[in-house]
Each structure stands twice: as C-alpha cells, then as structure tokens.
Design a protein around this ligand. Sequence first.
Ligand code: 13P
Length: 255
Amino acid sequence: MIRKKFIAGNWKMNKTAADGAALTAEILAAIGRETAVDVVLCPPYTALESVGRALEGQSVKLGAQNMHPEKNGAFTGEISAEMLRSLFVSYVILGHSERRTMFGDTDAFVNKKTLAALANQLKPILCVGETLAEREGGATLAVVQRQLEGGLAGVTAEQLASVVIAYEPVWAIGTGKVATTAQAQEVHAYIRELLTKLYGAPLAQKVRILYGGSMKPANAPELLAQKDIDGGLIGGAALEAKSFVELVKAAILAS
Ligand code: 13P
C-alpha cells in the first residue's frame, strides 16, 4: 500500500497577509503544480484569504491552525469550520501541543473540533505527542494512545479517510532536538497499530502519519525513509521558501 507523502507548513503566529502571499508565490514558483506529494500551507487566520488567493488553480492546498467546534455564537476571538470553508480552507490542524499547553485544549475539546471539522468537509491534521517529562517517565505510548483515541472518538471508518495524524514530540518542537529516526518510527508504528485495532488494517494502512519537531532538509530524508513516516508537519523550516521547498523535494525523492 503506497501512501502519498504529505508536507504541511505550520506557520504558527508568523507572516502578515502580504508576507504570506509573497512566501506562497515563492514556494509555487519553485514547485509548480506538484502532484507526487500533497503540500499544504497553514498560515494564521489573517493570511488565509491572501494565501488562498495565491493558491487558486494550484495543487497546493490551504490549511488553518485551529478552529472552534460550534457553528457560530458568542465565542469572542474564535473561528468556525464554516468560516474556514468560506475561505477555501481544506485542512485544519487540531490539538497542536501549543494549543494543548498554552490554551487549554483537552482531548475532549480536540475531539469536538475533529468531529465538527469532518462534518464540515474539513480534513483534520490531528496532533499527538508527549512532553519531555512524559518521555523520561516512560509514558510516551500511553500519552499518544490517550490523545489519539480521545481525538478520534466517534470518527467513523468512512471519515477516517479524511484524517491525517501528526506525531510531534513536544520536546522536539522548535528546540532543534529532532527525535531519532528510531524514536519517531517506533511511535509512528504504534499509532498505526492503534489505528489498526480501531478501524482494521486496510483503513489504517491508508492514513498518513506525519512527523513534526525540528524537521529540516538535513534530517528529512532519513525520517521520510521510515516505513510509517509519511511526511512532515513543519514549523520553523516552513517560514522560508528555500527550506520548505527542499523538504517538498525530499518527500518527492522518498516517494
Ligand atoms: P518546528 O519545525 O519549528 O520544530 O515546529 C514543529 C511544529 O510544531 C509544527 O506543527
């Protein structure tokens, strides 16, 4: 079973609308209408429209970094799935560790968002991952299991086809400390084993599982060569066209 590799840039709280459009144009100039790999750009909300316009007619897709599960209402500062859809957003990052640690996202809340995204034809990029203390305490697999099962509760087999999973060890995010390929592959294989238990092997074999955490052009080829690593969720290296394009090319080579 061949899974198409997947490279997503999570710009976090970086780039204005104008800077985002400029970065997008630079990326597109280098990769064109690449279809061997799925490529997604996730700018902040305020740059979704300008980046979306730059992506019109291209194969690179637009993603958001979060959303609220309710349809509308008194939720000051929040954005709904319908609002994202109206800006031609295809993917949404949910349960990122920065949301979990700094903004109180729980497994139950991430689950509500996941179900709301799927009900609105948005494809979730569901993030899981342990902190350094959890890894050192031997709790990595238990944490990943809790976050994965919690996030996917109520997701049907049919819906699973639209879900992308991202394993992001919290201690590797923005720190320059990349997980070793063996550490990453072990958790990726475990995630696929959990998906197999929940949904059966044929479906579990189709789900893309991305690695995130200090992924760079230098370490990407080895990570992307692992059996269960199907791509990357890129932070820092997604903020410059050169490094992001190199990552897309590494994914093409690994395909
Ligand atoms: P870095 O690539 O900057 O470590 O960030 C990873 C990440 O959190 C992507 O969502």
